[in-house]
Write a protein that binds this ligand. Structure first.
Ligand SMILES: Nc1ncnc2c1ncn2[C@@H]1O[C@H](COP(=O)(O)OP(=O)(O)OP(=O)(O)O)[C@@H](O)[C@H]1O
Length: 622
C-alpha cells in the first residue's frame, strides 16, 4: 500500500461497514430482490409463475422416474406379476413375460430420465438467460441513474465506487436471484422424491430425511456467517482494485512522472490477490458440503440396510434399497446444488446490499429528466437573485448573496483570484448546481423549473474537452445520431472555431477518427473542437470555462476575434485568466471570496478594484 494511497476499503454509505452490520438480515432480501427486478423492468409475477410451472413439471418427471424404479427392481428380484404394481404393469404392456417386461419398463425409466434431463437443461437455460439479463439490465439502470444524478451528488462520489457498484455488485446481486430460484425448484424435486420414497418405505424415508436434514442444516449453519464475510471481502476488494487501477492508468502521466506506477499496480495486485483468496474460500465452502453429504450417503446405505435386513424379507429389502439408491442418485446432486446455491446467495448478499443502498441514495438525490429541446424557450436576461451556495460536504458558503443581471446578448467575463467562486457561479448559472438560497432566472423564469429546456439553450466549452473515439464530425455533433448530423452546420462551426487548417491536414478530413484510438490532437485543437461543438447546437448562451487556456497566443487571438464576431448575437459568459480573452467583454464581474467586489468594463474594474489592478499588473490575467 502506498503512503497516502487510496484506502483498501470503502467507508461511504455503500461501503463495507454498513454491510457488515447487516450480515444475515434476511428480512431485507425479498424487498431488495423486488427492487432489482423492478430496475430490470421484469415482472416478478410472471417470473415466479414460469419458475413454479417448470419446477412442478420437472418434479413430476423426477417422481415418475424414481417411482418407475419400483416395478423394475421388483421384476429384477423375481416379484409376483399377479398382484400389486407388477400386475398393473403387465396389464398395460399386455404380457407377464419377464424377458419382455424388464426391457419395456427399463426403456420407460430411461425415457423419463432423458426427458427430465433435457427439461432440466432447458429450464437452466431459461433461468440463466433470465438472471444474466436481470444482471445486465439492473447494471444498465444503475449506470443510468448515476449518469442522471444531480451534478453536486456526482462530484461527491468516487468513480471507483461507481464502477464497482455498476459492474461487480450487480453481478453479485443477480447470483442471489439465480441461487434463490434454483433452491426453490430443487426443493420441489426433493419433496417429490421424498414422497415416492415415503410410499415405498416410510421408515426408510424418515431415517433418510432426518439424516440428510441434519447434515445439510448443521453444515449450513456452520458456514453461514463465513460466507457472508467472504461476500463482503469480495465487494471490498473489488472496490480496492478500482481505487488502485484508476490512478495508475487514468492518471498515467502523473503516475509516470512521480514514479508511482508500480506502487499503484502493486496495490491493484494485492487487492486482486485478496479477492483470489476470498474466491478460493468461497469455492471450497460451496463444495465442502458435497463431500460431507457423500459420506452421509454411505452411512445412510449402511443404516438402512441394517434396518431392512433385520425387519423385512431380503427381496423386499432389495426393492426398497433399489428405490432408495435411485432416489439418492437424484437427491444427492440436488442437495449439492442447494448447498451451492446457499453459498451463492450468502456471498452475493453483500453485492445486493450495496446495489440497494446505492439505489436508495440515488433515489433520495432525485433524477434529471433528459428531454428534447422544449418548445417553451428561455429568453431574456439572466438574473441571479440573492444567490448563496454551500457545497453539501462543507460548512462554508462559497457564494454569498450574489445578485446580478446579465442582459440578453451581452458578453460577460468572470474574473477573480483562484478559489473566489467563479466556476461555482458558472455552474449555478448553468443549472448544474442548485442555489442553497436565492434563484437563477432567465426572462423571469427560474431555470430549475425546466432544466432540460435551459440546457437546450446552452453551448458550453469546458477547460478539458472530452473527445469521443469517433470522427471529427461525430465529435462536433456530439450525441446526434450519424444520419441526423447537419453537415453544413458542421462546416460552418469548423470555420468559426478556426479549425479549417486542421481539417485540411487530416487524412480523411471531417471523417477522420480522432480521440483515444484515432489522430491525437493538441490541447488547443481539442479546445477549438469544444468550441465548434458548443456552437453546433446554435446556443443562445455560450459559456467558456477556462476554455482558452490551452491555446497559443495566435489561436487565442483568432478565437477572441471569433467571439468578437459573435458578440451581440448571443449571450457569452467567460471565465478566464487570460487578459486578452476577457479584455473586450462588455462587462467584467470581479469576484472575491464569494462576493461581487466590482463590475464594469475592463478599465472601470481596474480603476475601481485594487486587487484586480494588482492581478493585471502581476500578469495573472495574462
Ligand atoms: N465539491 C466541493 N466541495 C467543497 N468545496 C468546494 C467544492 N468545489 C469547490 N469548492 C470550494 O469552493 C471555493 C470556490 O471554488 P471555485 O472552483 O468556484 O473557484 P474558482 O474561482 O473557479 O477557482 P479557480 O480559478 O482556481 O478555478 C473554493 O474554496 C473551493 O475549495
Amino acid at each position: 500500500m502506498i503512503p497516502g494511497g487510496p484506502p483498501t476499503r470503502g467507508t461511504g454509505r455503500t461501503g463495507w461497514r454498513t454491510t457488515m452490520a447487516r450480515a444475515g438480515d434476511g428480512r431485507r432480501l425479498i424487498p431488495q430482490l423486488r427492487l432489482m427486478l423492478r430496475m430490470a423492468h421484469v415482472d416478478p409475477k410472471r417470473w415466479i409463475a414460469g419458475t413454479v410451472a417448470a419446477s412442478v413439471v420437472l418434479a413430476a418427471l423426477d417422481t415418475l422416474g424414481v417411482a418407475a424404479m419400483v416395478p423394475l427392481t421388483q421384476l429384477a428380484t423375481g416379484g409376483n406379476t399377479d398382484s400389486g404394481v407388477l400386475a398393473w404393469v403387465s396389464d398395460v404392456v399386455g404380457t407377464t413375460d419377464r424377458s419382455v417386461l424388464i426391457p419395456v419398463v427399463a426403456a420407460f425409466v430411461a425415457l423419463v430420465f432423458i426427458v427430465k434431463s433435457l427439461g432440466a437443461l432447458a429450464f437452466r437455460w431459461w433461468l440463466l438467460g433470465r438472471t444474466t439479463r436481470v444482471s445486465a439490465l439492473s447494471s444498465a439502470e444503475l449506470a443510468r441513474r448515476y449518469a442522471l444524478a444531480p451534478y453536486a451528488d456526482h462530484r461527491a462520489r468516487r468513480m471507483s465506487e461507481i464502477y464497482r457498484n455498476i459492474n461487480d455488485a450487480t453481478n453479485q446481486s443477480s447470483s442471489v436471484l439465480l441461487g434463490l430460484v434454483s433452491i426453490a425448484s430443487d426443493a420441489l424435486v426433493l419433496i417429490a422424491i421424498s414422497i415416492v420414497l415415503a410410499i415405498a418405505s416410510p421408515t426408510v424415508t424418515i431415517f433418510a430425511v432426518a439424516l440428510f436434514s441434519l447434515l445439510v442444516f448443521g453444515v449450513q449453519m456452520g458456514l453461514r456467517r463465513r460466507q457472508y464475510r467472504i461476500g463482503e471481502e469480495i465487494a471490498a476488494t473489488g472496490l480496492a482494485a478500482w481505487q488502485f487501477l484508476l490512478p495508475g492508468l487514468d492518471g498515467f502521466r502523473e503516475a509516470r512522472l512521480t514514479g508511482s506506477s508500480n506502487a499503484f499496480i502493486d496495490g491493484f495486485r494485492d487487492a486482486r490477490l485478496r479477492r483470489a483468496r476470498a474466491s478460493r474460500e468461497m469455492g471450497i465452502l460451496a463444495d465442502a458440503p458435497r463431500y460431507l453429504l457423500e459420506i452421509g450417503f454411505v452411512f445412510a446405505i449402511l443404516g438402512i440396510s441394517a434396518i431392512l435386513f433385520t425387519t423385512v424379507s431380503p427381496s423386499e429389502a432389495i426393492t426398497v434399497l433399489g428405490v432408495f439408491a435411485a432416489a439418492s442418485l437424484r437427491a444427492l446432486p440436488t442437495l449439492n446444488r442447494i448447498s451451492g446455491s446457499l453459498a451463492t446467495i450468502r456471498t452475493g448478499r453483500a453485492g445486493l446490499d450495496i446495489v440497494s443502498d446505492a439505489i436508495d441514495e440515488l433515489d433520495a438525490g432525485g433524477i434529471h429528466e433528459e428531454r428534447p429541446r422544449s418548445l417553451v424557450r428561455f429568453e431574456g436576461d439572466i438574473e441571479l437573485r440573492d444567490v448563496s451556495f454551500r457545497y453539501a460536504d462543507s460548512e462554508q458558503l462559497v457564494l454569498r448573496n450574489v445578485s446580478l443581471r446579465i442582459p440578453h446578448n451581452t458578453t460577460i467575463a468572470f474574473v477573480g483570484s483562484s478559489g473566489a467562486g467563479k466556476s461555482t457561479l458558472l455552474d449555478l448559472v448553468l443549472g448544474l448546481l442548485t442555489p442553497t438560497d436565492g434563484a437563477v432566472e432567465v426572462g423571469g423564469r427560474a431555470i430549475q423549473d425546466d432544466l432540460a429546456a435551459w440546457y437546450g439553450e446552452l453551448g458550453v466549452v469546458p477547460q478539458d474537452v472530452f473527445l469521443l473515439n469517433d470522427t471529427l464530425t461525430a465529435n462536433i455533433a456530439f450525441g446526434v445520431p450519424a444520419d441526423g448530423v447537419d453537415r453544413a452546420r458542421v462546416r460552418e462551426v469548423i470555420t468559426m472555431a478556426q479549425l479549417d487548417a486542421l481539417v485540411a491536414d487530416l487524412p480523411q478530413g471531417l471523417d477522420t477518427v480522432v480521440g483515444e484510438r484515432g489522430v491525437r490532437l493538441s490541447g488547443g485543437q481539442r479546445q477549438r473542437i469544444g468550441l465548434a461543438r458548443a456552437l453546433y447546437r446554435r446556443p443562445s448562451v455560450l459559456v467558456l470555462d477556462e476554455a482558452t487556456s490551452a491555446l497559443d497566443n495566435l489561436t487565442e487571438h483568432e478565437i477572441a476575434s471569433t467571439l468578437a464576431g459573435l458578440q451581440g448575437s448571443l449571450t457569452i459568459l467567460i471565465v478566464a485568466h487570460r487578459l486578452s480573452t476577457v479584455r473586450h467583454a462588455d462587462r467584467l464581474i470581479f469576484l472575491s471570496e464569494g462576493q461581487i467586489d466590482a463590475q464594469g468594463t475592463f478599465e472601470e474594474v481596474r480603476a475601481q478594484n485594487a486587487e484586480f489592478a494588482r492581478l493585471v499588473e502581476l500578469g495573472e490575467l495574462n
